[in-house]
Write a protein that binds this ligand. Structure first.
Ligand code: ADP
Ligand code: MG
Ligand code: MG
Ligand code: K
Length: 347
């Protein structure tokens, strides 16, 4: 019989709609001869629902599909939703999905799943811990201050260390949700307050001036080999576009992608090697998108790893592999086969 793949999507995080969009674009690309898809939606309230077709969802925020306003959902237990499933694709972004929580549930149930395990998922979700681990491995990260849960502002020393502008971020979020760029210290406390709407843990980073944003898609193959795609670059189309915010990611056309990025061969080689090193430093498995900043001085900084990056039609992870010679369908098959080859339990 065909391999039964549960595609779990939606979820409780602020990236609910992005996840629904990812599911909508993944489903038609899964090899129908080999896989039988079991779509499992999770509502923003955390209800699990079987048989929710991501293609039949109404449009929500940013014109993305959503389960947010559905009143007809019949909630079932996760165990019931995943009954008779061979492997799970937890296509969830952000908290309660990309952060090790669903991975823990699947480990308890002994079910193999696509993507990194509990530890790597949790570590990559938390920008503060991810930076600490990367630093410990000797990998380059930018200047940052981890704001204590009880602190409401930066000290004078910390302000001097970071300099203006700074980026204020929830430590555990994604899709640029809750992030502000602050160019005047007078706006700092409001930005911290805003970030705290998403996470009590806040990270504040020194802004990299005239940064180039480069992303690489890292993939593990069923035999354990780990490879990085060619680098892709995200470029603002106009000078007055300041940074890659939620609207730039999903709504406007303020950013363009160069896939592959126009970079010298030696920087490309360095990026591909560093992406695999970062993947291993965080003990990732399956996949991750490793996002870099390239400074004006041609220095590389690792910004973050995303263990379940977007899989929408415009998302960089599938596009970067396409540019490296692997089509979307083959990529999805590889992800699922790697998950099955790994199995469940400690490894
Ligand atoms: P998310 O996980 O939400 O994507 P990021 O840390 O990647 O959060 O930040 C989102 C965007 O904000 C980046 O893609 C970049 O455009 C901008 N940004 C974040 N940190 C910095 C920084 N230190 N210097 C310059 N730009 C930054
Ligand atoms: Mg992220
Ligand atoms: Mg990012
Ligand atoms: K992340």
């Amino acid at each position: 019989r065909k391999t039964r793949v549960a595609v779990v999507f939606g979820g409780r995080s602020s990236e609910h709609e992005v996840s629904c969009q990812s599911a909508k674009s993944v489903l038609p690309h899964l090899d129908a001869d080999r896989f039988e898809v079991v779509p499992v939606g999770i509502t923003p309230q955390g209800q699990w629902a079987l048989g929710t077709d991501p293609n039949a969802l109404e449009a929500g925020a940013g014109n993305l599909p959503t389960l947010r306003n559905r009143t007809d959902i019949v909630a079932i237990e996760p165990g019931q939703a995943l009954q008779d499933v061979d492997v799970v694709f937890p296509l969830l972004h952000g908290a309660w999905g990309e952060d090790g929580t669903i991975q823990g549930l699947l480990e308890l149930g002994g079910l193999p799943y696509v993507g990194p395990g509990v530890f790597a998922s949790a570590a990559a979700m938390d920008k503060i811990f991810a930076k600490k681990i990367l630093q410990a491995e000797g990998l380059p990260v930018g200047k940052f201050v981890a704001l204590d849960r009880s602190a409401t502002t930066l000290t004078l020393d910390e302000r001097e260390h970071l300099g203006l502008p700074v980026f204020v971020k929830p430590s555990r979020a994604g899709s640029s949700v809750g992030i502000s760029k602050v160019s005047d210290w007078a706006d700092l406390d409001a930005a911290i307050f805003e970030a705290r709407q998403h996470d009590p843990k806040v990270i504040i980073e020194g802004a990299v001036p005239n940064v180039r944003e480069i992303e690489l898609a890292v993939l593990e193959f069923p035999d354990g080999r780990v490879e990085a795609s060619l680098p892709a670059e995200l470029r603002a189309v106009a000078d007055d576009v300041e940074w890659y915010d939620f609207n730039a990611k999903y709504v406007d056309d303020t950013y363009e992608a160069d896939i592959p990025a126009k970079l010298d061969d030696d920087i490309t080689a360095q990026l591909r090697e560093m992406a695999v090193t970062a993947f291993k430093a965080l003990d990732c498995q399956g996949l991750s998108r490793v996002d870099f900043f390239l400074t004006e001085q041609n220095e590389l900084i690792i910004n973050e790893l995303n263990t379940m990056p977007g899989f929408t039609p415009i998302s960089m992870y599938p596009k970067a592999w396409e540019a490296t010679g692997m089509d979307f369908g083959t990529l999805l098959t590889t992800l699922i086969e790697t998950a099955i080859a790994r199995g469940s339990g400690l490894r």
